[in-house]
Design a protein around this ligand. Structure first.
Ligand code: ADP
Length: 210
């Protein structure tokens, strides 16, 4: 699924993966897990993520190649969240997934000014990555209703990093709309509305394609 940061992409991808019973593969979650675990990848990626820049294509393609080779991704398909983010990643993905080609790409469309306000209120569970919107009335410390983990603001949700990510989305990721559109794989779904309403549009779009 493509879409600006803060479009609700992560939450909707998790819901879709439960609904269709397929794995949710989020490169952002994988990178954050590596940062938490202090692996070599995590140490290298931390500064890049916090500044709102993109981790290099070769590294990302390596991570996703390894993940798509695991058993759960080879059975009933999967939902990719946050990958690909560049045309080079998309070209590599088509090669990696050649045996089970990527058949559908959703662009969850939310205008930039709307995602800016959503991102400043975004909070995330440190353990299960569930997303929340802060209202200011939460009791502190805030615990996740799914798993009891700490709900916090992400280190990369500063105004500078948010703007950099949105600029990079326009220059690096938006070209994917033409890339997938020209091969008939793109479906644009309006991401403005209540989460349940948007989820309904998404499931309808997937079902129409199946
Ligand atoms: P958001 O939830 O804001 O859409 P993600 O959680 O998907 O962002 O990703 C967080 C950060 O991880 C990105 O800003 C980027 O630094 C890095 N990242 C995640 N996926 C990719 C990718 N496919 N290519 C390059 N960098 C990535």
């Amino acid at each position: 699924m493509l879409g600006r940061q803060g479009a609700g992409k992560g939450t909707q991808c998790i819901r879709l993966s439960r609904h269709f019973v397929v794995p949710h593969i989020s490169t952002g979650d994988m990178l954050r897990a590596a940062v938490r675990e202090g692996t070599e990848l995590g140490k290298m990626a931390k500064a890049v993520i916090d500044s709102g820049s993109l981790v290099g294509d070769d590294i990302m393609v390596g991570i996703i190649t390894e993940r798509l080779d695991q058993d759960d991704a080879r059975v009933r398909g999967y939902i990719l969240d946050g990958f690909p983010r560049t045309v080079a990643q998309a070209v590599s993905l088509d090669a990696v997934a050649a045996k089970r080609p990527i058949d559908m790409v959703i662009d969850l469309d939310v205008p930039r000014d709307l995602v800016l306000s959503r991102l400043s209120a975004r909070r995330m569970c440190r353990d299960c990555a569930a997303n929340y919107q802060a209202t200011g009335n939460e009791s502190q410390p805030w615990t996740c209703e799914n798993c009891g983990g700490d709900v916090v603001q992400r280190d990369d949700d500063t105004p500078e990093a948010i703007n950099r990510r949105l600029d990079l989305y326009e220059s690096q990721t938006q070209p994917l709309i033409d890339f997938y559109g020209s091969t008939g794989r793109l479906v644009t779904v309006d991401g403005v509305g209540a989460p349940d309403e948007v989820f309904e549009r998404l499931t309808r779009a997937v079902e129409q394609r199946r």
